[in-house]
Design a protein around this ligand. Structure first.
Ligand code: SAH
Length: 434
């Protein structure tokens, strides 16, 4: 047993699914943020529960061989990343462990492992969308940066290592503009299209006061002529002040036009790897009817449509469905249809009305799918279900349901979409038992 407010020496032996080091003090379990298996550390206990205690890292006595000094000077103050104190291989192993532990503990799959773990060649500079908060420093200067972990204080950011380098210059231009014209902006949104290099910038100012637009545009264009779309965000909507309303990107050979409001995956290189893995596991053939549930702007659906007879996408956000339909037309894809409805309404209705999908792909948000949707899927009895998930715990829960209703896991891949953070993506293929 340990006591609140007391200091102890702990050996760290593992990592919890939220990224905290797990260790023991005299056999009692303690969670220690920003530690890694193999560390010996001094901790201060902050909360004692019946079976474990939470604590704060006081100092590292002996560092683990997997511990590194993060290259980012803001870590862990900014709160965006959680694993930068571990070398990249240890991050990968930790994430693979999150998936396998969830499948074992929550899903009850005793022997299901990740057959493969896909990750980028370099785990930095991957984000295609960044939102910086604008604020003021103590001496009254306009600054841009990120909210400090758990607060609304803006920590100035000169360079974020998971974002493109040019963002620093864009931030510098915008803060210079804010200081010159005393613009109390709220946030700065920067989006890159990897395939074309096009950049979209949006400065949100909240109120309606028209800022000195020409000056903003001039300063931005001085940074790069790849900035082809500039918006001002106000309380009355987003106004295009320069260039094109959308930028163009390519994913899996399909063209996507992206507006500031569009949902779009933020790590383009890994997104393509992830979708290709999902399509590989789906083993779609020319005669197959495919149902893509939680389809967003139709990225997976349209890539699947090229291999299938017909694809139906279900998505709750109307604007995303409108984007999906537009993207289908632009790419000359005519065998994909989309419904703006919740999965729990649409899927049972489609199946009752006689739809017989050969393959079901689902990519739900973090809370996972639900029983009405899953029940309808198993009633339709597709030969394969490919579940793409950003939360191993809800994936394991839903896979348990599918396993109890006629499906068996066939292949499982982890994917590191967001290196440096505690997030991990999983693709699980389940086959119908004959
Ligand atoms: N497959 C897409 C989107 C995945 S994100 C892609 O890779 O880009 C999950 C999507 O599920 C989001 O677009 C979200 O709007 C949608 N969603 C959330 N709840 C839903 C529900 N109950 N029914 C249908 N779609 C839902």
């Amino acid at each position: 047993m340990v006591e609140n407010g007391e200091k102890y020496i702990a050996e760290i032996t593992g990592i919890s699914s939220d990224g905290n080091g797990v260790g023991t003090v005299d056999g009692f379990t303690v969670f220690v943020p920003y530690t890694v298996a193999g560390d010996t550390v001094e901790i201060e206990v902050t909360k004692v529960k019946s079976h474990y205690a939470l604590s704060r890292l006081v100092r590292i006595i002996t560092p683990s061989k997997d511990r590194i000094t993060p290259e980012c000077g803001l870590y862990p103050r900014c709160g965006g990343c959680g694993l930068l104190h571990m070398n990249y291989n240890a991050q990968r192993e930790a994430k693979k462990g999150f998936i396998e532990a969830a499948l074992r503990r929550i899903g009850g799959f005793k022997e299901l492992l990740c057959d493969e773990f896909i990750s980028p060649a370099t785990p930095v500079r991957y984000r295609n969308k960044c939102i910086y908060q604008m604020g003021k420093s103590e001496n009254g200067l306009h600054i841009s940066g990120f909210f400090a972990n758990g607060s609304h204080d803006v920590v100035p950011v000169s360079d974020c290592l998971i974002s493109p380098e040019i963002n620093s210059d864009i931030n510098a231009a915008v803060t210079e503009y804010s200081n010159e014209y005393n613009i109390d902006a709220k946030s700065l949104f920067i989006r890159h299209a990897r395939a074309t290099g096009e950049i979209m910038v949006m400065l949100s100012i909240g109120g309606n006061r028209p800022p000195e637009r020409e000056e903003l545009i001039r300063k931005l264009l001085a940074v790069s002529d790849k900035i082809v779309s500039v918006y001002i965000g106000t309380n009355n909507g987003n106004r295009l002040i320069y260039g094109k309303p959308e930028i163009t990107d390519m994913l899996c050979g399909i063209r996507f036009n992206i507006s500031p409001e569009s949902f779009y995956q933020i790590n383009p290189y890994m997104t393509e790897m992830l979708y290709n893995k999902a399509l590989e596991y789906a083993e779609i053939t020319k005669n197959d009817i495919v149902l893509d549930i939680y389809c967003g702007i139709g990225t997976i659906s349209l890539a699947a449509a090229k291999r299938a007879r017909r694809v139906t996408g279900i998505e709750i956000v109307k604007q995303a469905v409108a984007d999906a339909e537009k993207n289908a037309r632009r790419n000359g894809i005519s065998n994909a249809e989309f419904f703006a409805d919740s999965a729990e309404n649409a899927v049972p209705r489609l199946i009752e009305s006689g739809m017989k999908p050969d393959v079901v792909i689902l990519d739900p948000p973090r809370r996972g799918s639900d029983e009405a949707t899953l029940r309808a899927i198993v009633t339709a009895a597709p030969k394969r279900i490919v579940y793409v998930s950003c939360n191993p715990a809800t994936l394991a829960r839903d896979a348990k349901y599918l396993a109890a209703n006629g499906y068996t896991p066939a292949r499982c891949a982890g994917a590191d979409m967001f290196p440096g953070t505690v997030h991990v993506e999983t693709v699980l293929a389940m086959m119908r038992i004959q």
